[in-house]
Write a protein that binds this ligand. Structure first.
Ligand SMILES: [Zn+2]
Ligand SMILES: [Zn+2]
Ligand SMILES: [Zn+2]
Length: 246
């Protein structure tokens, strides 16, 4: 990796020198710090990392460096849903995809020849020539999934999730209103949009419903059981814990 880093740095230096953009040493310092992190790093995180190394460059300059680094093909800028842009190394001839936890933001890289070949076959069947692709799978990491309780209010669900209604509660006329809207235990709901504020959009059967957060608090749901078990197959200890809860 070290050899690769210094090769990339030399390659970058040659390219920016022909650019004639100046501050070459500063740019190389920025790149040096970037090459020494293996994370998917946001600009803010990267600024703190630079400060920690004693560099006090202004954010605009750093951003320009990173963006130039992306243009020249040394780094990749990723924009995952619900997160600020992140930068990561881009190694020529290597490709990977991402699993993204929508709770804690954790990013897990994966590489699957099987998946890549399947995509080639799907495209070939459609007579489609692939230039590039990105695969992003959103969900909960093993830790966030295991920390989740079986019963939760609808407001704690995540966009894209499938849940089942376990109970409808609420004082005043909240409960009867929800029941008159047709929400009842056992119903399957698809969370179309829950961005943590404002109304929730849920799918029930073939209709979409908008619910205020106050009302949604009164619908108690549990996550899609089979889905959680499938996702936790690699973690027998956590699976047992979940079984205990169901
Ligand atoms: Zn891929
Ligand atoms: Zn997580
Ligand atoms: Zn990555």
């Amino acid at each position: 990796m070290l050899k690769e880093n210094s090769r990339e740095k030399r390659n970058f230096k040659a390219l920016i020198e022909t650019d004639g953009i100046g501050r070459v040493e500063d740019r190389l310092n920025v790149i040096d710090v970037f090459l020494n992190t293996e994370d998917h790093i946001t600009l803010d995180d990267f600024m703190s990392l630079l400060n920690g190394k004693g560099y006090n460059y202004d954010q605009e300059f750093v951003k320009l460096c990173l963006n130039r680094w992306v243009e020249l093909g040394f780094a990749q800028k990723e924009v995952f849903e619900g997160q600020p842009p992140r930068y990561e190394h881009r190694h020529l001839g290597k490709h990977h995809d991402h699993l993204i936890c929508t709770k804690c933001g954790m990013i897990i890289e994966f590489q699957s020849d099987e998946m890549e070949q399947l995509q080639e076959r799907i495209a070939a069947k459609a007579g489609f020539y692939i230039l590039q692709h990105k695969m992003e799978i959103y969900g909960l990491c093993s830790r966030c999934a295991a920390a989740r309780s079986d019963l939760m209010p609808l407001t704690s669900t995540k966009t894209g999730e499938e849940v089942y209604i376990r109970d409808v509660v609420g004082g005043g006329n909240a409960k009867s209103r929800l029941i008159s809207m047709g929400f009842s235990p056992g119903d399957r709901l698809e969370i179309i949009n829950n961005d943590g504020e404002g109304r929730l959009i849920v799918g029930r059967g073939d209709s979409r419903l908008a619910l205020g957060r106050g009302m949604a608090e009164n619908i108690i749901v549990s996550p899609d059981r089979q889905g959680m078990e499938r996702g936790l197959k690699g973690h027998p200890r956590r699976r047992r814990r979940l079984w205990g809860l169901f």
